[in-house]
Design a binder for this molecule. Structure first.
Ligand SMILES: Cc1ncc(COP(=O)(O)O)c(C=O)c1O
Length: 377
């Protein structure tokens, strides 16, 4: 059997922490119950476990627990934030602002609303991937109801200036939504201190299970529900709350944040080892600003090779990606927004390091890329 590829796609999904799996275990089996079944003891225990998890998540993010709405992940949280906020503020205006490098879970709901008659401004980014605040300020209009800017980019890892964006939105009375899927669990992110009104997050990006996330709302911010039914989550998101996943989400966030500083230092050193090693091969150039950037992300364009051939060869040895896991094979819209051609975007590689990444993984990846470049060029 062929050896398993070296897994360097932790930004697409990182393995569930075994301690999180253990914390979830009883809630799948002997303690399983519907948290909405308040007529018996197991149901009441389930409801208490959901509320305890909500409290833990809220404490980790320094928000009131009432603001936490559990969702199936960041895609759903982004949809609820954007469509729900736009619908709740129909009387205030119909203009939305977002950024060209956002995840499709943000861009597509915005475009959907545009088809329904909303005005949409999609701001470009600078060549380093960062938003120009003057452009944002100039794009604000009296009828702007929402600005959506991500915390950390899923492809190039650059960190947007959230506090400045939050302050600007606050001064104009515009809601600020932030897709925090790639930053939550990896560094401190206190939405209220940054002026963020709506924050999306996703468990499987920080050692929690897939299929669970949350939308976190600042006090006083309301969204129109996008899933109608039993009225769970304070009427904001109907559907049986997935008890084991919710328990796992809270456990994972606490665990991820507890060792985030030391993990960050270790992964930064490994990421730099990888970057320096790749750049030494020649014709390999970095995408996005080196700082401010997630410690565990690297994204490079390789000159002199065809993207399809590069990735076909790479995948035999490495689990890496050419862009977002959700972008269905098209050359990355993020890299093209930085000014890369379609050809260059296709010949680009995202490396996402994670908790288990070792020096041997990095050296193995460098050896693979070095060998393939010799063959392909
Ligand atoms: C920035 C960002 N937003 C949204 C998502 C979607 O998250 P989920 O898989 O939880 O729906 C991802 C995952 O790739 C992401 O990186």
């Amino acid at each position: 059997m062929a050896a398993a590829p070296i897994y360097l796609d932790h930004q697409a999904s990182t393995p569930c922490d075994p301690a999180v799996v253990a914390a979830m275990a009883p809630w799948w089996t002997e303690r399983a119950a519907n948290p909405s079944s308040r007529g018996h003891r197991p149901g009441l225990d389930a409801a208490a476990a959901v509320e305890a998890a909500r409290g833990r998540l809220a404490a980790a993010l320094a928000v009131p627990a009432e603001g936490v709405v559990f969702t199936s992940g960041a895609t759903e949280a982004d949809n609820l934030a954007i469509k729900g906020l736009a619908e709740a503020r129909l009387d205030r205006g119909r203009h939305l602002i977002t950024v060209a490098t956002e995840h499709r879970a943000v861009l597509d709901p915005c475009r959907y609303l545009e088809r329904l008659g909303f005005a949409l401004t999609v701001l470009p980014v600078q060549p380093d991937g960062l938003l120009d605040l003057d452009r944002l300020a100039a794009a604000l209009r009296p009828d702007t109801v929402l600005v959506s800017v991500m915390a950390a980019n899923n492809e190039i890892g650059v960190l947007q200036p959230l506090a400045a964006i939050g302050a600007l939105c606050g001064r104009h009375g515009v809601a600020f939504h932030c897709d925090g899927a790639q930053l939550v669990g990896h560094g401190p992110l206190r939405p209220l201190e940054l002026g963020i009104d709506l924050l999306s997050l996703s468990g499987h990006k920080f050692g929690g299970p897939q299929g669970i996330g949350a939308l976190v709302l600042a006090p006083g911010v309301t969204v129109a529900p996008q899933l109608h039914g039993g009225g769970q989550e304070g009427g904001r998101r109907s559907g049986t709350p997935p008890l084991p996943l919710i328990v796992g989400l809270a456990e994972a966030l606490d665990r991820a944040l507890a060792d985030a500083p030391s993990r960050g230092v270790r992964l930064l050193a490994l990421r730099e080892r990888l970057r320096v090693g790749l750049e030494a091969l020649g014709g390999v150039s970095l995408n996005g600003a080196l700082t401010p950037r997630l410690a565990h992300n690297l994204n490079v364009t390789v000159a002199g090779v065809e993207g399809g051939a590069l990735h076909r060869q790479l995948r035999r040895w490495l689990a890496v990606s050419g862009g977002s896991a959700c972008s269905s094979g098209e050359p990355s819209h993020v890299l093209q927004a930085l000014g890369r051609s379609r050809h260059e975007a296709a010949a680009s590689v995202r490396f996402g390091l994670g908790r288990d990444t070792s020096e041997a993984d990095i050296d193995g990846a460098l050896a693979v890329v070095s060998r393939l470049l010799q063959d392909l060029r």
